[in-house]
Ligand binder design. Structure first.
Ligand code: GLT
Ligand code: MN
Ligand code: MN
Length: 386
């Protein structure tokens, strides 16, 4: 039971399984794994896919011969295990050149270099069949607003994305771009800090149909927001191209914990949402093992992410089949149809009729909702006592 299958589309980044446990206060605690080794681990634990930044696969200073060797080994591991590459992205944050951002750096040379690096990374992703291309602007922000115009930064970011959309068309790569928001870290403030901000920004692009979002649990939660609500808005807009699943305590640094490690109920509502609407793109775990973990425990971390998702998926099914829960829901959402003439599209007659209608406000205000009872039932369902 709870064995991952290909149709679950569970994916991990090279940087997640390969995370060496470095943090701002401490050196790596785990050894480096080659991309091919990571693919074999993913095959072993039953994941469907692997995603990468350009430099997770090919180090930034690799010679062409070194790059060819790494790519050949990676390709062999993919072929041996059946692991696929659904998503690729660019590392526009690690190298010192990006100290003041990439597409929004004040230095035009850096802005141009960021475009060049991204086009090359798109080539690399396409070579391995990636169809989703993620943009996480980790360094696109400021510590002080004294020296950078937020308006210019927005224009530069828009122009870069427009340029790269055209490159996508030119090369016939068929990528869907997925913008990933984060409120802060590593910058003091990152531009377009929420999924909602990204959704608004997308409508200003030349090819809005090509661009969607990649919301991450940890990032909305850092800002104290309800992640599932952001996901629902993205879904409603037809923009949920990818999702980064992990977990996080509110208000902390970006913890990227194992999916479901922190907030079981929120994770349940998220899985329930994704399953109810029929989300069918990658379920990507952008998480890493706790720093004390060794390699054996890293594998437990990866298995745990997928197993938790599948357990919560089963709970979502139980929620649907639970008679008492469904009865309560029917009561909560009851509709006798008497208001139907006032809903739907506007017409002058409808407006006139609604204005003339008499509501018994006091009686309406008397009606409570049994959310306490329902929520307790959800809790008991999740605890396995129903
Ligand atoms: C980095 C970041 C993630 C992004 C990755 C894609 S890199 O690990 O913390 O949230 O999704 O660039
Ligand atoms: Mn994160
Ligand atoms: Mn992420």
């Amino acid at each position: 039971m709870y064995q991952p299958k290909a149709e679950d589309k569970f994916t991990f980044g090279l940087w997640t399984i390969g995370n060496v446990g470095r943090d701002p206060f401490g050196a790596p605690v785990r050894g480096e794994l080659s991309p091919a080794e990571i693919v074999r681990i993913l095959g072993e634990v039953g994941a469907w896919g692997v995603n990468f930044h350009d430099n997770d696969l090919v180090p930034i200073d690799a010679s062409p011969a070194e790059a060819d060797k790494i790519k050949a080994e990676f390709k062999k591991a993919l072929d041996d295990t059946g692991v696929v590459v659904p998503m690729a992205t660019t590392n526009l944050f690690y190298d010192p050149v990006f100290r003041d951002g990439a597409f929004t750096s004040n230095d035009p040379k850096v802005r141009a270099y960021a475009r060049q690096k991204t086009m090359r990374a798109m080539d690399l992703g396409a070579e391995f069949g990636a169809k989703v291309y993620v943009f996480w602007g980790g360094r696109e922000g400021t510590e002080t607003d004294a020296g950078k115009s937020a308006l210019d930064a927005g224009k530069w970011f828009r122009e870069a994305l427009n340029f790269l959309c055209e490159y996508n068309i030119d090369q016939d790569y068929g990528y869907k771009f997925a913008l990933e928001a984060k409120p802060n870290e590593p910058r003091g403030d990152i531009y377009l800090p929420t999924t909602g901000a990204m959704l608004g920004f997308i409508t200003t692009l030349d090819h809005p149909e090509m661009v969607g979002v990649n919301p991450e649990v940890a990032h909305e939660t850092m800002a104290g927001l309800n992640f599932m609500h952001a996901v629902a808005q993205a879904w409603d807009a037809g923009k949920l191209f990818h999702i980064d699943l992990n977990d996080q305590k509110i208000g902390r640094y970006d913890q990227d914990f194992r999916f479901g490690a922190e907030n079981i109920k929120q994770s349940f509502f998220l899985v329930k949402f994704l399953e109810d609407v029929g989300y069918s793109s990658s379920r990507h775990f952008d998480a890493h093992a706790y720093r004390p973990a060794d390699l054996a425990d890293v594998k437990e971390f990866a298995k745990g992410c997928m197993r938790t998702y599948l357990i919560l998926k089963e709970k979502a099914q139980q929620f649907k089949e639970d008679a008492e829960i469904q009865e309560l829901l029917a009561e909560i959402t009851a509709d006798d149809g008497s208001m139907a003439p006032f809903f739907g599209k506007y017409s002058a007659d409808k407006a006139k009729a609604l204005k003339a209608h008499t509501f018994d406000r006091a009686a309406m205000a008397q009606r409570g909702q049994p959310y306490e009872k329902l929520d307790q039932l959800v809790f008991e369902l999740l605890m396995g006592v129903r």
